[in-house]
Write a protein that binds this ligand. Structure first.
Ligand SMILES: Cc1cc2nc3c(=O)[nH]c(=O)nc-3n(C[C@H](O)[C@H](O)[C@H](O)COP(=O)(O)OP(=O)(O)OC[C@H]3O[C@@H](n4cnc5c(N)ncnc54)[C@H](O)[C@@H]3O)c2cc1C
Length: 256
């Protein structure tokens, strides 16, 4: 594929923040703004020998921000993330003109409650949703939604947006943020919730009154977490149409 101006525009990296050796965020300024809804993804690419390598990335920023933010995990054997990892503020990337995706807040069912579950970088669409509602609230508009975010990772240092989400959760009653560490023996300072999504999902949906008749659930990130969580939610009575998913990659089939 050659670079097509019809499909792609240039986007300059204006800011980069490294969270760990394998997790980083960037903000980009595209030539033309891309309209999007929180939960949608942009497509980023780089040109290699006249061809474009492109991948989908959920947008972290809110539509009202004038730059677009992304949160990445380095996949060492991957095609795009290793060269992307070397791009710094000032460098250019390619970006498709249109954002895509249907992993947006459910506005049709009448559900007020949204249970947002993710692993590591899967927090990106939920950051965008929280930032949008924060913007609305600060404009004096009523927020008629409740977001409960359950964020799983191996270690607490992978919760790149924890400080921001904790602060918003303290400020706004419509947001609850629960980070969850699955390897606490490697993270001795961690005092919060431990386990995997599968271990605590039932407990939090019961304790926080997230009932199938008034809650839509969103699952984002690791394919195995999504499969396991879907099973638990179905057994808890959630109908298929109220469980949305954004699978970030397809696991390789086990040899043999
Ligand atoms: C809608 C959508 C939104 C996405 N949003 C984000 C996002 O916000 N941030 C983000 O970092 N990624 C996101 N992804 C994943 C992203 O599109 C790429 O798949 C990822 O960055 C790896 O690209 P790569 O070219 O480096 O690896 P590839 O060359 O595509 O993959 C190499 C191998 O690694 C596996 N793999 C891919 N990703 C992972 C992973 N994270 N962990 C373990 N194995 C993996 C692949 O299955 C493959 O076997 C999203 C994917 C989708 C479909």
């Amino acid at each position: 594929m050659t670079v097509s101006a019809e499909k792609f525009q240039k986007a300059r990296i204006t800011f980069r923040k490294d969270h760990t050796e394998e997790l980083w965020s960037i903000r980009v300024r595209p030539e033309h703004t891309i309209p999007f809804k929180p939960g949608q993804y942009g497509t980023l690419g780089i040109e290699e020998e006249g061809k474009i390598v492109e991948r989908a990335y959920s947008i972290c920023s809110s539509p009202h921000e004038d730059e677009v933010e992304f949160f990445f995990e380095l996949v060492r054997i991957g095609r795009l993330t290793p060269p992307l990892y070397h791009r710094q503020a000032g460098d250019l990337l390619l970006m498709r003109h249109n954002a895509k995706g249907v992993f947006t807040l459910d506005g049709k069912s009448g559900h007020r409650q949204h249970l947002l579950i993710c692993t590591v970088t899967g927090i990106a669409p939920y950051v965008s949703m929280a930032r949008m509602l924060t913007h609305e609230a600060r404009q004096g508009r009523p927020v008629d939604a409740r977001l409960v975010v359950l964020h799983a990772a191996s270690h607490s240092w992978e919760f790149a947006y924890r400080e921001e989400l904790d602060a918003l959760a303290r400020e706004f009653p419509w947001l609850t943020y629960i980070p969850l560490v699955s390897r606490p023996w490697e993270d001795l300072e961690w005092k919060g919730e431990v386990g995997r999504v599968e271990d605590v999902l039932r407990k939090y949906s019961d304790e926080l009154g997230l009932e199938p008749q008034d809650t839509t659930v969103y699952l984002c990130g690791h394919p195995q977490m999504i499969e396991n969580a879907k099973g638990i939610l179905r057994r808890r009575g959630f109908a298929k149409e109220f469980i949305r998913e954004e699978v970030y990659w397809v696991p390789k089939k086990e040899a043999g």
